[in-house]
Design a protein around this ligand. Sequence first.
Ligand code: C5P
Length: 225
Amino acid sequence: PGARPLAGHHVLVTSGPTHEPIDPVRYIANRSSGKQGHAIAAAAARAGARVTLVSGPVAIPDPPGVTTVHVETARQMLEAVEAALPADIAIMAAAVADWRAAEELDAKLKKDGTGAVAPLPLVQNPDILATLGRHHTLRPDLVIGFAAETNDLKAHAEAKLRSKGADWILANDVSPETGVMGGDDNTIHLVTTSGVEPWPKMTKTEVAARLVERIADRLGKSGSG
Ligand code: C5P
């Protein structure tokens, strides 16, 4: 492998939250900071890969040496991901909003004075990881997702491998007491079809470096790297 083990490979990464508009001033979002996905994009670039990062709205800078595409919604993220194909390796680290408002209102939703609350119908967003994992023509050789869970980490991650057609899932515990969401540390279990590898608690930068090592090992074994 050497110092640039991902040279010659295109790595596609998603990162950050998505923002799903409700009306011109409001949106549905989540607490993802983008730190983990951005660290992975940066580590892959340092390892010599050509990297495309599709990022939702975050407060951190674009990583150096990476082509960053900025999007807001899940649908825009999917479009940007599909536009970036083909890729050899896809790492879907974004915390994509599961739901969006069924309709984006043209005018600000108003209180009506009676205390009555208008219903806010939601519809499900497209699943970007599953779209790549099950892609008929341009499935990346290695499709990697995250599973942020608060309980039954491994069982949920194994189910996710199957349901999304992913090769690897990095499962992490995002219970509030762990401080993972927005924090600098992460405790990962790498779940693959051949088993579960628990990683010690480490920084998101270290997680990114270890993931790149695992990817380089795998490329070495399949003879394409
Ligand atoms: O189903 P769940 O949201 O727990 O799955 C998490 C994994 O799926 C993450 O890798 C995330 O980036 C990806 N995902 C996605 N598109 C969605 C929902 C999740 O790519 N709409």
